[in-house]
Design a protein around this ligand. Structure first.
Ligand code: BGC
Length: 513
């Protein structure tokens, strides 16, 4: 990947990273957590399961991606990860240790439907998730299941994947299989995790599977189909399962905050436009009262497309019927957040990004570290807790105050910080403090907070080299032994006391799972 693409991805990809441990710096009052706020931890199938070919499982697009030399920064493969397909009971022990209310995990489509289609349902695949759900419930932990966290069956990608409009049929069939198999016990469903990340990075760039690299065209085609496929599954749940299963179903969107890099009107406008591209493109069709793509985005892509000689906009149109069909199809706003990006038009020059492309359409430069913020230990790391509060308020104000479920928030490091991961505790303390402000001062209706991630795992193109876990995993050890970091003990205390005490400094415990 060339340097500018790498910088762009770094700025827009939802991670905040550090290279070294630091002294604790969080200083804030001790606060009681609101009664209604449930606390959980999250993972995703490809990032933890391994067992890429167990029983009749077929390859996913990420299995394919990992096998191309150079694609994964440290040369690791999803198959090298935590082996949770084998050791899931230890994951449940860890969740119990933390005392979480719920566990957010995802289901691997090619493990459940090896052909990609519902003509053949894998008994072993279903049995695996069924056991996981049963054992979570037996331990008093609510299962929250994501249907799609990026591991599309390769067989479906061979037919165009998310750029093929028939994906809505295939996704509906897959969802039906899972509602039938697990819906008696799973009451919270997430259809799709972070549409932008796999549409733009996977279909508009080479950074993610399936590396289609059709910038400014394929990524927008995927975007439309993702929205329609999500809506199809919500309607399916609403019409055929809700009455009997009595659960909820919705989407999860990456909502890192974007704002102007300076107070100049042009930069402020650039920040707003970037927010519409980064979050609004996926959220507006579902959560706004008018439906459809955000006006600013529609206008910008149409203008650029015309300048570039395209006979029509590269952003596919949504018909009025499609707009109505997609509108209102989420029972909650699933909200993932890591950091904030600052946009400026000043240094933007046409041609600095591929033409056409999503980044060129935004027409501004995301500048990583802003002078207003404390210098981080690496160029990636700028914990900006105020950003999560701004983003939560942006959702509240833009979409008539929906119920917000924070399904990811967490802190990544290059390499291990060791078990004494003070920087991670600081991050969680400061971000939770801002979340409490959003609830108590601003009136945002936030009902869940989820730590990403339960344990160190396969961080996509970074492989095993980037660590987000509350638990350390020894990847050299056949048994993938897991040990609580200090942040796990801190999170456990938070949950047990239902009190945010950023200065809590638990001693490490000699425990392994
Ligand atoms: C994804 C996770 C990922 C995390 C940290 C989110 O974009 O949903 O799968 O591990 O961010 O980068």
């Amino acid at each position: 990947m060339n340097k500018s693409v790498y910088q762009l991805v770094a700025a827009t990809f939802a991670v905040s990273l550090v290279t070294a441990s630091s002294e604790r710096c969080a200083k804030s009052e001790v606060r009681k957590l609101p009664e209604k706020l449930k606390l959980g931890a999250a993972t995703a199938a490809f990032q933890i399961e391994g067992a890429w070919d167990a029983s009749d499982k077929s390859p996913s697009i990420w299995d394919t991606f990992c096998r191309v030399p150079g694609n994964v920064k440290d040369g690791t493969d999803g198959n090298d990860t935590c082996k949770s397909y084998e050791y899931y009971q230890r994951d449940i022990e860890m969740l119990k240790f933390l005392g979480v209310d719920y566990y957010r995990f995802s289901i691997s489509w090619p493990r459940v439907l090896p052909t990609g289609f519902a003509n053949k349902i894998s008994e072993e695949g279903i049995a695996y998730y069924s056991k996981l759900v049963d054992e979570l419930l037996a331990n008093g932990i609510e299962p929250v299941a994501t249907l799609y966290h990026w591991d599309l069956p390769q067989s479906l990608q061979d037919l165009g994947g998310w750029t093929n409009p028939l994906i809505a049929d295939w996704f509906e069939d897959y969802a039906r299989v899972l509602f039938d198999a697990l819906g008696d016990r799973v009451k919270s469903w997430i259809t799709i995790n972070e549409p932008k990340q796999f549409a733009i990075f996977g279909y508009g760039m080479e950074y993610f599977a399936p590396q289609v690299n059709s910038a400014g065209i394929g990524d927008y085609m995927a975007t439309k189909n993702i929205l329609l496929a999500h809506a199809r599954v919500w309607h399916l749940y609403d019409e055929e399962y809700r009455d009997t299963q009595k659960g909820i179903c919705g989407i999860t969107i990456a909502a890192d905050f974007c704002e102007g890099a300076s107070d100049s009107p042009d930069d402020i406008e650039a920040g707003k436009l970037a927010m519409d591209f980064e979050v609004g493109l996926y959220a507006h069709p579902i959560f706004s009262s008018t439906g459809g793509f955000p006006e600013r985005v529609v206008k910008r892509v149409a203008e650029k497309s015309a300048e570039q000689g395209f006979p029509r906009s590269r952003l596919p149109e949504l018909t009025q019927e499609e707009i109505e069909y997609i509108k209102g199809t989420s029972d909650f706003f699933g909200f993932n957040h890591y950091s904030t990006s600052f946009y400026t038009e000043k240094t933007y020059k046409s041609g600095m990004y591929a033409v056409p492309s999503y980044s060129d359409d935004i027409g501004a430069v995301a500048v990583g570290d802003h002078e207003r913020y404390e210098k981080p230990t690496s160029s990636f790391t700028t914990p900006i807790p105020a950003g999560i509060r701004k983003s939560l308020n942006w959702v509240k104000d833009s979409y008539d105050s929906p119920e917000i479920m924070i399904f990811e928030n967490g802190f990544g490091s290059y390499g291990s910080l060791g078990l004494e991961d003070n920087a991670r505790i600081d991050y969680y303390g400061q971000y939770l403090d801002a979340v409490l402000d959003a609830i108590e001062v601003d009136g945002c209706k936030i009902t869940r907070y989820t730590a990403w991630s339960l344990m160190d795992n396969f961080e996509w193109s970074f492989g095993l080299s980037v660590k987000f876990g509350l638990f350390d995993v020894d990847f050299e050890d056949e048994k993938r032994t897991r040990r609580p970091k200090q942040s796990a003990l801190w999170y456990r205390n938070l949950i047990a006391s239902r009190t945010l005490n950023p200065d809590d400094n638990p001693q490490l415990e000699d425990i392994a799972f």
